[in-house]
Design a protein around this ligand. Structure first.
Ligand code: AMP
Ligand code: GLY
Length: 426
């Protein structure tokens, strides 16, 4: 089969790496890809958000299957457009991807279908939002409705901070139209867990639970990032909690979407908080998470393409998905200054040595014409190792990362370690 993966980060590198192991793949393409993906797939210089360009290229080049990984093209309806052109595509249609693209929609869905989540209200008028804050007090959480590169959430410790966040979003339009509507919700406490699930519109198959590390610096300090590392499985997610999540969150969500005429085919990302009152949804995403995917797919033994095809065919209940009885850790090596201010274009060395001990997924890298590799983004590499235990996987990824060098390299030293599993906001 000729298969195209849309996207170009660490997550897409992990997806391409796993797809390459499928005997069904004759040729693999990735648009736009990156310096690491170029070693596995033919990179096509089309931006992930260019729906028309992507569909046209897929048609002209007779793709048998397209996997759309990032949130933006899903929200723009790339899967709908591919299907309309007669191309089989993996990922939710626009009307289901809205569970990530609109927090107001997803909160309403949860309220309507009794899916446990933080208490909330939605606002389109500044005055009403500010007045509501006065009735609630702090701590409180303010969220821009739309996609904001993971930055549209403020967990405010004081009322003043919450009001500033609301003004930034609604008045100063800090996130553009994404902030015209805001969701204000109760602040929950507890460890966070990510559960990714394959879904065919009706059935779902959950992957090993994972955790990411959103803050830039050790001990969860500093600004929020796209994720500084991840590990799986999460020790916080016990079999008892898993059973509760299946009954009260996962199945009801898939059923709700189907009932609403928005069957979800693709990967649902359940961002959960294990609160003292039980597991609750923090957010839904309509895709694989990044960097969780690097850790999670490292544990997959089955053929990923077969799973994708089963999702599209509605036959997910007929495939046996096998996972390693092991742990994985993805350590992100980032550009100094990320996520605020950073420079790119620095040569990267030591990858060959590192690759002997771990799989090094590329996020922001570029291969120059002379074959050398340079940094080309905030998150640069995801050094991913598997071990019998979480401690072994963590130690192996740090060990493997040792020879890697580029100017101003920054990474956290506590990925998958003690403090990383501590309660947020407690
Ligand atoms: P989100 O983009 O919705 O995942 O939010 C980003 C981060 O903000 C989450 O991973 C949580 O750490 C935090 N957060 C979001 N909503 C809440 C909430 N209701 N209570 C406490 N923390 C939250
Ligand atoms: N790791 C968080 C996300 O992918 O949204």
């Amino acid at each position: 089969m000729k298969v195209l993966v849309v996207g170009g980060g660490g997550r897409e590198h992990a997806i391409c790496w796993k797809l390459c192991q499928s005997p069904k793949i004759a040729q693999l393409y990735c648009a736009p890809g990156n310096g690491g993906i170029a070693g596995l797939a033919q990179c096509v210089p089309i931006q992930a958000t260019d729906v028309e360009g992507m569909v046209q290229w897929a048609k002209e080049n007779a793709m048998d299957f397209v996997m759309v990984a990032p949130d933006d093209p899903l929200a723009l309806g790339m899967v709908d457009a591919l299907e309309a052109a007669g191309i089989r595509a993996f990922g939710p249609r626009k009307n289901a991807a809205v569970i990530e693209a609109s927090k107001a929609f997803s909160k309403e869905l949860m309220r309507k279908h009794n899916i446990p989540t933080a208490k909330y209200e939605t606002f389109t008028e500044l005055d009403k939002a500010l007045a509501y804050l006065d009735t609630q007090g702090a701590p409180i959480v303010v969220k821009a409705d739309g996609l904001a590169l993971g930055k549209g959430v403020v967990v405010a410790q004081t009322l003043e901070e919450a009001k500033t966040a609301v003004r930034d979003m609604m008045e100063a339009k800090k996130f553009g139209e994404s902030g015209s509507t805001v969701v204000i919700e109760e602040c929950m406490t507890g460890p966070e867990v990510t559960v990714l699930a394959f879904c065919d519109g009706e059935h779902l198959a959950v992957m090993p639970p994972s955790q990411d590390h959103k803050r830039a610096y050790d001990h969860n300090q500093g600004p929020n990032t796209g994720g500084m590392g991840a590990f799986a499985p999460s020790p916080n997610y016990t079999p008892e909690i898993a059973a509760v999540c299946m009954e009260t969150i996962f199945r009801p969500t898939v059923k709700a979407l189907k009932e609403e005429g928005r069957p979800f085919c693709g990967v649902i990302y359940f961002g959960l908080m294990l609160t003292p009152q039980g597991p609750r949804v923090v957010e839904y995403n309509a895709r694989f998470g990044d960097p969780e995917t690097q850790a999670v797919l490292s544990l997959l033994d089955s053929d990923l393409l077969e799973i994708f095809e089963a999702c599209v065919n509605g036959t997910l209940d007929q495939v046996d998905i096998e996972w390693k009885d092991a742990a994985a850790c993805c350590l992100v090596l980032a550009s100094g200054g990320y996520p605020v201010n950073y420079q790119s274009g620095f040569p990267i060395t030591g990858l060959e040595e590192a690759g002997k001990k771990a799989v090094v997924f590329h996020a922001g890298t570029k291969r120059l014409e002379d074959g050398s590799l340079v940094t080309a983004g905030g998150r640069v590499l995801g050094v991913t190792a598997v071990g019998d235990t979480l401690a072994q996987a963590v130690a192996a990824s740090y060990e493997a990362a040792k020879p890697i060098q580029f100017d101003h390299m920054h990474y956290r030293t506590d990925i998958g370690r003690d403090g990383a599993c501590a309660c947020r906001n407690a």
